[in-house]
Every structure is written in structure tokens, then in C-alpha cells.
Design a protein around this ligand. Structure first.
Ligand code: IMP
Length: 179
């Protein structure tokens, strides 16, 4: 099992590239089935979701558009409890079937805010696709994701887009912090 050290913390490999690829295939299959006759607008939440989104979107078969939004709520290994829109959404969401693409849903604060934004701007529907979901940490019931690659317990994870203070996003596997 591969291990890695970042800023004095040891991390060990948890999901291999092959396991991740299988999770992404399963999420794509569900979206392809549900949106076969629709034209969804994928809104990718930067920075963390860029790798998941690029793998997922290449497996989407329905006609679709993709755009990006950049938000920040984490500092180190903990949520700040505040969501900052660093790069706002340029596209019109009114009447669109929106699929928000996230790297991980933790407390659900980010999704809670994004869903409120989509509602206020009259999206026709809003669903959430996330690579990882921490069900035990969820604090906002409206942030329950619709498409989940893998559930994770309360440990901090890095790799495949997920960072620790901006680093380690480029790892090809997902690593868990060692206790
Ligand atoms: P939430 O708003 O509390 O659901 O947190 C969502 C955001 O927090 C994610 O998009 C990540 O950027 C970050 N985050 C939450 N948990 C982790 C983790 O275990 N590793 C790295 N980033 C995380």
C-alpha cells in the first residue's frame, strides 16, 4: 500500500485508480440513464472537482453543457463554516437541469449554498454528483447527494483533486490520513 507524507501528516492509499475508475463509471451510467432525453448543465465546483469532472464528463452520452464555479470553505483540515464564491457563475441557470459536480460532500454547507443560488435563479432542477460523500458529517439535509462515487467515514482524504492546503491534488489515487 502506498503511503505519502504532507506537512508532517502521513497518508495511506485508500482508493486505487482502478477503484476510482469503477466508481466514476457507475456514476456516469446512472446520469446517462436519468438524463437520456435531457440537456443538463454540469456545474463543476473548483478547485477540487476538476479531475473527477474530466473523467465523468467524458463518459456522459447525453447532450450537455459544462461550466465552472469556484468556491472555498476549507482551511487546512477543517471547514470554516463560510462559503466564498471566488469565481462566480457566468451562465444563466433559469429553466436548466443543473448537475453540480463536487469532489466531496462533507458538512454539505457548500451544496446547501449552491442549491439556494440555483433555486433563487430558477433552475428547472438541481442534482448533485460527487466523487465522495461523508454521510456522518452531513449537517444540511438538502445537501444529500444524488450520485455518489464512494462513501467515506470521517477521515480527511487527499488526491484525485482533493487537497491539503492546496497540495496533493495531482495524486492518481485517494489517500486517507493515518491515525
Ligand atoms: P462541505 O461544504 O463541508 O460539504 O465541504 C465541501 C468542500 O470541503 C469540498 O469541496 C472540499 O473542497 C472540502 N473538503 C471536505 N472534506 C475534505 C477532505 O477530507 N479532504 C479535502 N477536502 C475536503
Amino acid at each position: 500500500m502506498r503511503t505519502i507524507d504532507e506537512q508532517g501528516h502521513a497518508f495511506e492509499e485508500w482508493l486505487t485508480p482502478a477503484q476510482i475508475a469503477s466508481d466514476v463509471r457507475q456514476v456516469a451510467a446512472c446520469i446517462n440513464k436519468d438524463y437520456a432525453d435531457k440537456t443538463p448543465l454540469f456545474i463543476v465546483v473548483l478547485n477540487g472537482a476538476f479531475i473527477f469532472a474530466s473523467d465523468l464528463l467524458r463518459q456522459i452520452q447525453c447532450r450537455s453543457e459544462v461550466t465552472f464555479i469556484r468556491v472555498s470553505s476549507y482551511w487546512g483540515m477543517a471547514s470554516t463554516g463560510e462559503v466564498k464564491f471566488i469565481v462566480p457563475l457566468q451562465e444563466e441557470v433559469r429553466g436548466r437541469d443543473v448537475i453540480i459536480v463536487e469532489d466531496i460532500v462533507d458538512t454539505g454547507l457548500t451544496i446547501h449554498h449552491l442549491k439556494a443560488y440555483m433555486r433563487a435563479n430558477e433552475a428547472a432542477s438541481v442534482r448533485v454528483a460527487t466523487m465522495l460523500f461523508k454521510p456522518d458529517k452531513l449537517e444540511y439535509s438538502d445537501a444529500q447527494p444524488d450520485y455518489i462515487g464512494h462513501e467515506v467515514t470521517n477521515e480527511f482524504v487527499i488526491g484525485y483533486g482533493l487537497d491539503y492546503d492546496g497540495f496533493m491534488r495531482n495524486l492518481d489515487a485517494i489517500y486517507k490520513v493515518k491515525k
